[in-house]
Design a protein around this ligand. Structure first.
Ligand code: ADP
Length: 358
């Protein structure tokens, strides 16, 4: 039996706005799940329904197989870390972390042991006497996490906890939160709009758009087997390149070249004469002409040297894909190049439904 179960969960706000549609998910104990999607897609609403901060309009939320829709946050055993970490400014790190247990009336020795243990996990031992204003953003966020972690709860919820940090702190905190999760084993749901956070931290990712779950899977599954154009374009950086074109005799025309798609071994029968979307990831290509690949010509518009790789912005007719190449192979701006897309790296999608063609 799953630890947490969301069954056909919907949220309709009092103003009639239907923010979440038929959300289904089973979570095992100890899993780290990330909800990801663009702003406004319903991630926070879903998290708040799990937390008990927002009513579930219809559907069922089960904890250990028992209906929990009517339970308050405390009964459900959830702790939540928000975007704005709102520490008590006049209290030391120690007191900020201890606060929740003090409210519960725990005894001093117990609190002391728990605070010190939590501080050790979070690398805050040397900062227990400091006030929040004497900490960096990352340290403050760790205190906020400590304050949530110290109470023994079954479910740990985080809503964009890194969005107030600078880019470098975010990278550090990302791996720290993963580490904390490994040490505590807390069942965690983490909300973010950032696909990199989702990919680097999650056991499984739930991709959402416009209130609907698009796909649930491991980072690997979402990257290699996206179910539709949205997921394919959302996961991966730079995003997958898409070319809309019409299938004719099993072939398509791109930039004056005819590509025989029957070589891909996909079920194309139903798409003859219809529009399809041809997709390939920037990092999946090889420069030059290679076997078992579609070879295409392009003009180099711009190159962006990033250190470990170079993004090459190209033009093919009226299309502007991006290629990712080894920095040693960076082509000259304005040069004409050939590049190869290996057959196994090609994705095809239904032009109408945007679902993947297997
Ligand atoms: P996300 O976390 O993915 O950015 P939210 O869950 O916050 O998205 O919001 C989902 C949608 O619900 C948005 O369109 C938002 O404007 C709307 N929404 C959020 N809260 C309310 C509310 N209290 N009343 C009406 N609509 C709301």
């Amino acid at each position: 039996m799953a630890y947490l179960s969301l069954k056909n969960i919907n949220k309709i706000y009092p103003n009639g706005y239907h923010a979440v549609h038929n959300f289904n998910l089973d979570m095992e104990r100890g899993e780290f799940i990330v909800f990801v999607g663009p702003s406004g897609c319903g991630k926070s609403t879903t998290l708040r329904m799990i937390a008990g901060l927002e009513d579930i309009s219809n559907g069922e939320f089960l904890i250990n197989g028992k209906r929990a829709n009517e339970q308050g946050p405390r009964e459900r055993g959830v702790a939540m870390v928000f975007q704005s970490y709102a520490l008590y400014p006049q209290m030391s790190v120690y007191d900020n972390i201890a606060f929740g247990l003090e409210l519960q009336g725990a005894d001093d020795d117990y609190i002391d042991e728990k605070v010190r243990n939590t501080a050790r996990i979070l690398g805050l031992t040397d900062y227990l006497d400091r006030l929040p204003r004497a900490l960096s953003g990352g340290q403050r966020q760790r205190v906020a996490i400590g304050r949530a972690l110290i109470r023994k709860v079954g479910i740990f919820l985080m809503d964009e906890p890194l969005s107030n940090l600078d880019a470098k702190q975010r990278v550090t905190m990302r791996s720290e939160i993963t580490q904390i999760h490994r040490e505590t084993g807390a069942t965690t749901i983490y909300v973010t709009h950032d696909q990199t956070e989702a990919m680097t931290m999650a056991d499984r990712i739930v991709v959402m758009k416009d209130g609907y779950v698009q796909q649930v899977g491991t980072p690997r599954e979402l990257y290699f087997n996206p179910v539709n154009v949205f997921v394919a374009g959302f996961i991966g950086e730079p995003p997958m390149n898409f070319i809309r074109t019409r299938l004719s005799g099993g072939k398509i025309d791109i930039a004056g070249k005819t590509l025989d798609l029957t070589k891909l071994g996909k079920k194309l029968g139903a798409y003859e004469g219809k529009e399809i979307v041809f997709g390939f990831r920037p990092e999946a290509i090889r420069l030059g002409s290679h076997d078992k690949a579609y070879v295409l010509p392009a003009t180099v518009e711009l190159t962006e040297m990033l250190g470990d790789n170079t993004n090459v912005y190209i033009t093919m007719g009226d299309m502007h894909p991006i290629l990712k190449v080894d920095p040693h192979d960076t082509p000259e701006i304005d040069s004409e190049i050939l590049f190869s897309i290996p057959y196994e790296s090609v994705y095809l999608f239904d032009g109408e439904t945007e679902k993947v063609i297997e």
